[in-house]
Ligand binder design. Sequence first.
Ligand SMILES: Nc1ncnc2c1ncn2[C@@H]1O[C@H](COP(=O)(O)OP(=O)(O)O)[C@@H](O)[C@H]1O
Ligand SMILES: [Mg+2]
Length: 247
Amino acid sequence: AMNDLLDRLSANVQAQRRFVADAAHQLKTPLAGLRTQAELALRDASPEEMQSSLRQLVTGSERATRLVNQLLLLARAENPSAIGLTRTDINAIAYEQTMHWVPLALSLNTDLGFEGADTPVEINGNPLLLAELLNNLVDNALRYTPRGGHITVRVLQADGQGILEVEDSGPGIAPDERERVFDRFYRVLGTTSDGSGLGLAIVREITQKHQANVEIGDHPTEHSDLPGTRIRVVFPLYTPPPDTLDS
Ligand SMILES: Nc1ncnc2c1ncn2[C@@H]1O[C@H](COP(=O)(O)OP(=O)(O)O)[C@@H](O)[C@H]1O
Ligand SMILES: [Mg+2]
């Protein structure tokens, strides 16, 4: 048993090392980009050119900040002692978070809908991590679905489970990619929109923390000839901890 424990600890340390190495590598590219943009801005002759270079610099630093935030979130979600689970209504969280995306969806001419449950859907959850999970799914749906697409966020309760779904009318994720897209830093070949490949790794980490399952499927619709994507997260429903029963 002691050997098992040591093996697991050493596997953990190795995984941490690999993560830090990967993270450092991922940060080098945006940092090099920032530096190039700053150098170009210094060389620009006219105020207009400089304005445009500086704007790119701002966008670039926003992207780098997002990457750092995602890396921190992943590191935090990985640490089991750092997350507390409480009685949490995923219906309310999903509604609230979806509303934050409405302005962006409108600007992309994309129909973003919410289909909630009629009653609260309560799970043992961490509200901040659950919001992050959903935001990563909606971010992807908006990012990869062509303008004018259809996206639905849905919450339901069925068979003693809480279910969260995000569907889009976009290009889909091919069956042989559906496992790998959850790997850190993995992006499907030919993916053009910029990103870090961390979004779904964070989603998987958070689902594991909630004893939930996540699966990717197709989602063909009448709105589009594309295969579409449906990502479904299935949570066990809230059960009161045993010690609160005996009072
Ligand atoms: N809704 C979606 N539709 C099509 N492809 C998707 C969708 N969500 C994720 N993907 C694919 O999975 C890859 C990994 O997603 P993710 O981990 O969020 O990283 P990122 O979005 O930063 O590339 C994406 O690069 C994209 O190729
Ligand atoms: Mg993403």
